[in-house]
Write a protein that binds this ligand. Structure first.
Ligand SMILES: [Zn+2]
Length: 142
């Protein structure tokens, strides 16, 4: 009986966490859209591939990427913001957003992007986001 009780409590906690994570996604999407960008570019991540990586799977699942995309699509449709999607093969993390030089190898642990060509030091995700902003090869989804 006690074990059953504990299981119920844990299930409730998980449900609550799921709810909090979804709420967070909705909040982020709302904030992005409220900034009234002329367009938003997202990357078509290989989620299934990421889920196969046991070091990433749990984090990827908890980030609700798919839910994020659905929310973003809905909001962009409602507000008339152009939503662009870039191929998963576009090397957004490996390109230098300053000079366009492409790094041959970039490990996931390198959080600061340092360009071998122009020497710029820039936060990895910020660099990738600039590359997505400048991407010319994309599909418009909304
Ligand atoms: Zn560079």
């Amino acid at each position: 009986k006690n074990i059953e009780k504990q299981i119920k409590i844990i299930q409730k906690l998980h449900a609550r966490l799921t709810h909090i994570r979804k709420e967070y996604v909705r909040d982020v999407v709302t904030r992005v859209v409220k900034a009234k960008p002329s367009f938003i570019t997202i990357e078509d991540l290989n989620i299934k591939g990421l889920l196969k990586n046991k070091h990433l799977a749990d984090c990827v699942r908890k980030q609700n990427f798919y839910y994020f995309r659905i929310c973003l699509e809905q909001k962009c449709k409602q507000t008339g913001i152009e939503l662009r999607i870039v191929s998963r093969f576009y090397p957004s993390s490996k390109l230098c957003s300053c000079c366009g030089h492409k790094k041959v190898c970039l490990s996931l642990s390198e959080r600061i992007f340092i360009c071998d060509q122009c020497g710029i030091e820039i936060e990895r995700d910020f660099n990738a986001s600039l590359n997505l902003k400048y991407a010319m090869d994309y599909t418009i989804i909304t």
